[in-house]
Structures are given as structure tokens and as C-alpha cells.
Design a protein around this ligand. Structure first.
Ligand code: MN
Length: 192
């Protein structure tokens, strides 16, 4: 199965001024596309994986008997494809408030503000490239970051919110100011 770019649910400029159109276009058409190209190239070598869902592949990566080098390609580029596909769906120029999620977050982290502070701190302290996540892990909400394109699915966790903190996600507009990017990003997260 050949993966292709999923439809972007908004225009490149829809998240302005918080995420600029140029960053959005390059992120989607160049970075995301590159993960897909590398993923497709790898899958051509493994016909046994052709019919398996990518989510399933990621959560059982160690048991597939792949060469270490190929496992890393899947981890990085399969993860890259899944993470970005997910990322586009949780952002919107309009809020679609998820009351159930809001009350779950309040229950786990006391308040939305405390959750945001923890999420931001986790994002700022991720050294180098990676993602910060709110995941469901055994029915409990957890915040943590992952390096590179590592997906929470590698640990069997279900992502609920994910923020790309690779420089390619924000550098054109924010340069080195990752903290400003994070503060502004809440405006385009659709859930609250
Ligand atoms: Mn990215």
C-alpha cells in the first residue's frame, strides 16, 4: 500500500497569525511528503507488511523481525507520517470544544492552565527535535515528550494532543523562540 498525503483540513493560511502560511505549506508539502516517500520506499522491501495498518506496525515494531536499519526507518518515517497526519487533524481556525476532554484534563491536572503549564514545560525541555504529547495510557492521561518522530504508539499509548517542536514547525516565524510558538499554538488547538 502506497501512502499519500492526507487532505489538509484547512488552507495554508487558515492558522495565521499563529502559524504562518509559508511554514504550513513547507511543513505539509515538503516535510510530511518526505516521511511518506521514505516510508513507501521501505514498505516496498517488505511485502509481508503491505496489508497491516501502520498503527499496528508501530505498536509491534520490535516483534516484526526487521533488520535494525529498516526498523529505524519505520520508526522515523512511519512515525513521521502518523504524527503529522494526526497533527493536522487537531488544529483548526475555529474551536470545536470537547467538553469531555476538558473535564478529563481538569480531573487529572487540576485545571486547564496547570495542564498547559506542564505541557509547555515538557515541550521547552525536549532537547533538540521531537514532540510533546497528551496521551491515554491504560485509561490514565499522561504528558510526556518523545525524541525525533517517535510515536506514543510505540509504547501502546493513544495520542490525544501532540505538538511538533521540531524547528521546521516554527522557525520561519518564531526563530529560536519555541516558548512563543507554544503559547500561540493553543489558539489553533481545536479542543479548547
Ligand atoms: Mn514536523
Amino acid at each position: 500500500m502506497k501512502y499519500t498525503l492526507p487532505q489538509l483540513p484547512f488552507a495554508y493560511n487558515a492558522l495565521e497569525p499563529f502559524i504562518d502560511a509559508r511554514t504550513m505549506e513547507i511543513h505539509y508539502t515538503k516535510h510530511h511528503q518526505a516521511y511518506i516517500n521514505n516510508l513507501n520506499a521501505l514498505l516496498e522491501k517488505y511485502s509481508k507488511l503491505a496489508d497491516r495498518k501502520l498503527e499496528e506496525i508501530m505498536s509491534s515494531l520490535d516483534s516484526l523481525g526487521l533488520a535494525e536499519k529498516d526498523k529505524n526507518v519505520l520508526r522515523n518515517h512511519g512515525g513521521g507520517h502518523l504524527n503529522h497526519s494526526f497533527f493536522w487533524t487537531i488544529m483548526s481556525p475555529k474551536k470545536h470544544t470537547d467538553e469531555r476532554l476538558v473535564s478529563e484534563i481538569k480531573k487529572e491536572f487540576s485545571s486547564i492552565d496547570e495542564f498547559k503549564a506542564l505541557f509547555k514545560q515538557t515541550a521547552i525541555t525536549r532537547f533538540g527535535s521531537g514532540w510533546v504529547w497528551l496521551v491515554r495510557a491504560k485509561n490514565k492521561l499522561q504528558v510526556y515528550s518523545t525524541p525525533n518522530q517517535d510515536s506514543p504508539l510505540l509504547q501502546g499509548h493513544h495520542p490525544i494532543i501532540g505538538l511538533d517542536v521540531w524547528e521546521h514547525a516554527y522557525y520561519l516565524k518564531y526563530q529560536n523562540k519555541r516558548d512563543e510558538y507554544i503559547d500561540n499554538w493553543w489558539n489553533v488547538l481545536k479542543f479548547f
